[in-house]
Design a protein around this ligand. Structure first.
Ligand code: NAG
Ligand code: NAG
Ligand code: NAG
Ligand code: NAG
Ligand code: NAG
Ligand code: NAG
Ligand code: NAG
Ligand code: NAG
Ligand code: NAG
Ligand code: NAG
Ligand code: NAG
Length: 374
């Protein structure tokens, strides 16, 4: 191809970027009154499970899937007897315990303990979410090569800090790469006095019905009380912008199910074999076009029995670029540091563990793989 055609060709491809719209599941509103467990049984029978929610875009899709203005169950419930587990506020960032990031004796004597929110000083400590302090937002726009912002404006509690960061930036700083990284070190060093600031760390005992780790929470703080022991199932209040509260699980309400459009095939195949298998039995190898699909692939990859899982991204030698089997160009990416090697026989395997990043693997290696059904 000459240069003109090249540019035209790339231009067409660029148009096919489905950052916001491509989501591999559907919500279904069921207008029948059922208890939470009956609703769960119904969804597992007819669809995949009770609805789970990855982020604000999901929330908007959930609301858009019904005209109903009352309350409806979602697939989140309180894990009785289970411990609270830590989550990062930014959707898709896995919480992985690393004791060297924490200083459990580093709490100041005025800081209430034990706490369910995380603050950063030189290290992390758990303090009460009611405390008020400065906070550190993360911004994916990378303006001026900067992703972290220390907000020193009136000290506020964790919930308010999260709302501020989600509105004005992306989220509270999340993940050890951000919280222990070079940029954070420089930021802390630039302040002479020792300071404490919120980062995007919280813990709770709420679990998604399908076992996934999604950290998104949308509680209506005016109505929700996490310590009310008898209200262990979560519902969305459709007449309060869909915000969540909880109720007794045997109350009967309508509910939302979700239907998964991706499936893990636990067989080891080369990339080409996987490609054919998906095309013959489903639609194609999965394409990851936004953080939400990556989030779902992460949850799916955890169940694989091979160290990587194939996805529908491979290097096209003739074009000299990475291309999805769906013909989309790469709009969203999650390459591991030094994980990207260009070569005619290279495709992408998602790591089963860690942060589930992308690695170039030779096409002739054999792994489990994920097909999409649409
Ligand atoms: C569900 O229960 C509510 C309140 O009890 C009632 O108003 C509604 O008509 C019921 N819906 C159905 C489909 O039975
Ligand atoms: C939901 O509906 C509103 C109003 O019709 C629209 O602006 C919004 O983009 C929709 N959201 C999604 C995720 O489809
Ligand atoms: C929202 O719906 C609930 C239950 O259906 C009802 O009790 C409440 O009054 C409604 N609130 C508003 C602001 O309409
Ligand atoms: C909760 O934590 C305690 C102490 O760390 C541990 O002994 C127990 O097994 C945990 N329980 C569950 C259900 O994980
Ligand atoms: C914990 O963090 C330290 C310092 O960042 C790192 O060297 C170590 O490999 C990490 N440990 C685990 C288990 O990830
Ligand atoms: C944070 O502050 C707001 C406004 O003062 C309050 O409504 C909310 O309950 C507080 N949240 C926590 C977890 O302390
Ligand atoms: C941006 O930051 C990275 C890493 O901190 C650095 O390597 C790069 O040179 C910086 N770029 C600019 C334009 O300052
Ligand atoms: C966004 O930032 C402005 C000024 O920095 C602040 O007044 C506003 O409250 C913030 N928005 C939210 C939702 O916190
Ligand atoms: C939450 O519920 C518990 C137990 O019922 C109660 O002791 C506490 O005062 C409630 N908190 C709020 C803020 O309503
Ligand atoms: C796939 O390969 C892994 C090792 O890479 C192996 O542990 C696993 O049992 C294999 N699965 C099947 C279904 O053969
Ligand atoms: C894959 O191909 C490379 C290069 O052709 C070869 O060196 C390697 O042994 C092959 N691996 C497997 C698992 O067949």
């Amino acid at each position: 191809m000459d240069k003109m055609h090249w540019i035209l060709f790339l231009h067409i491809l660029m148009g096919q970027c489905c950052f916001f719209t491509c989501r591999l599941y559907e919500y279904h509103f069921i207008a029948e009154n059922k208890s939470w467990s009956e609703a769960q049984r119904y969804c597992r029978e007819k669809y995949t499970d009770l609805a789970k929610v990855f982020d604000m875009t999901d929330m908007s899709r959930l609301r858009n899937s019904t005209q109903n203005q009352g309350e409806a169950w979602i697939g989140l419930n309180h894990n009785t007897g289970g411990n609270r587990t830590w989550h990062w506020s930014l959707p898709g960032v896995e919480y992985i315990q690393n004791d060297s990031s924490w200083n459990l004796n580093g709490r100041q004597n005025w800081e209430p303990y034990p706490g369910n929110c995380g603050r950063k000083r030189d290290k992390l400590a758990d303090v009460s979410c009611d405390s008020t302090m400065w906070f550190i937002c993360y911004d994916e726009m990378k303006k001026d090569n900067k992703t972290l912002y220390l907000i020193q404006y009136p000290r506020i509690n964790w919930t308010q800090a999260q709302a501020y960061c989600r509105y004005n930036h992306t989220d509270l700083a999340s993940g050890l790469d951000q919280v222990d990284g070079e940029e954070m070190k420089a930021l802390i060093k630039s302040k002479d006095s020792k300071f404490s600031a919120w980062v995007g760390l919280f813990r709770d005992s709420w679990r998604w019905s399908d076992g996934s780790d999604f950290s998104f929470r949308y509680w209506d703080m005016q109505l929700f009380n996490d310590t009310q022991s008898n209200k262990k199932c979560a519902m969305t209040l459709l007449n309060r912008s869909g915000k969540w509260s909880s109720d007794e699980c045997d109350k009967e309400k309508p509910f939302f199910c979700y239907d998964d459009k991706m499936i893990l095939i636990k067989e080891n195949k080369t990339w080409e074999e996987a490609l054919n298998y998906c095309e013959n039995n489903y639609k194609r190898l999965v394409s990851i076009t936004n953080p939400e699909v990556q989030g779902r692939v992460q949850e799916t990859a955890k169940n694989a029995d091979s160290p990587y899982v194939w996805i529908g991204l491979s290097y096209k030698c003739t074009l000299g670029l990475w291309l999805w089997v769906s013909d989309y160009v790469v709009c969203y990416e999650k390459w591991a540091t030094e994980g990207k090697t260009e070569g005619c026989d290279m495709s992408v395997g998602v790591d089963r563990g860690g942060q589930h990043e992308w690695f170039s693997r030779r096409n002739n290696e054999t792994y489990n793989f994920i097909c999409s059904k649409q």
